[in-house]
Ligand binder design. Structure first.
Ligand code: SME
Length: 150
């Protein structure tokens, strides 16, 4: 399933009439609509020269967490660790920012531009422990594609 989405992600990136924001929005919607256990899909980016993340395009319920300081929550930890963070059970995490009580699991994968961690893709799932290495490889691919237009 994820493999068949790769060419669709690349086609969105290569679209010549959409803005970068529209392309990232379309990718969020593509992923949310086609992967049953992706219930919220969004991009966060470093907010200028501040040590905080700012919410970018997303698909799913609106969140209050439009700004996340580095180090806070799963997202803020990935901003400083530069590593994928797979959370099979969000309730087992101390440093976690809840967006919705329906969320059971989360995956955050950093987005690199010229080797620098400039943001991330964040997926929330209402299914417990749904993520595998296939999701990590797929989301790394998505982020490499997005980095091409940034
Ligand atoms: N759960 C995240 C906050 C962002 S929401 O999932 C959209 C975290 O702990 O960083």
């Amino acid at each position: 399933m994820l493999t068949t989405l790769r060419p669709k992600v690349s086609a969105i990136i290569g679209h010549d009439k959409k803005s970068n924001t529209e392309k990232m929005q379309a990718i969020c919607e593509l992923l949310k609509e086609n992967v049953p256990y992706y219930n919220w899909v969004g991009f966060y980016f470093k907010n200028g020269d501040k040590d905080e993340l700012k919410l970018g395009p997303y698909a799913g319920a609106p969140t209050d967490h439009t700004i996340i300081p580095f180090g806070k929550g799963i997202c803020g930890q990935v901003a400083v660790s530069n590593q994928n963070f797979v959370v099979p059970d969000v309730q087992a995490q101390d440093n976690y920012i809840a967006c919705s009580i329906t969320v059971k699991a989360e995956i955050v994968v950093p987005l690199f531009l010229n080797g620098e961690n400039i943001g991330q893709i964040d997926i929330d799932s209402n299914t417990p422990d749904p993520f595998s290495e296939e999701d990590e490889r797929f989301l790394e691919y998505v982020n490499r594609e997005v980095a091409k237009i940034l």
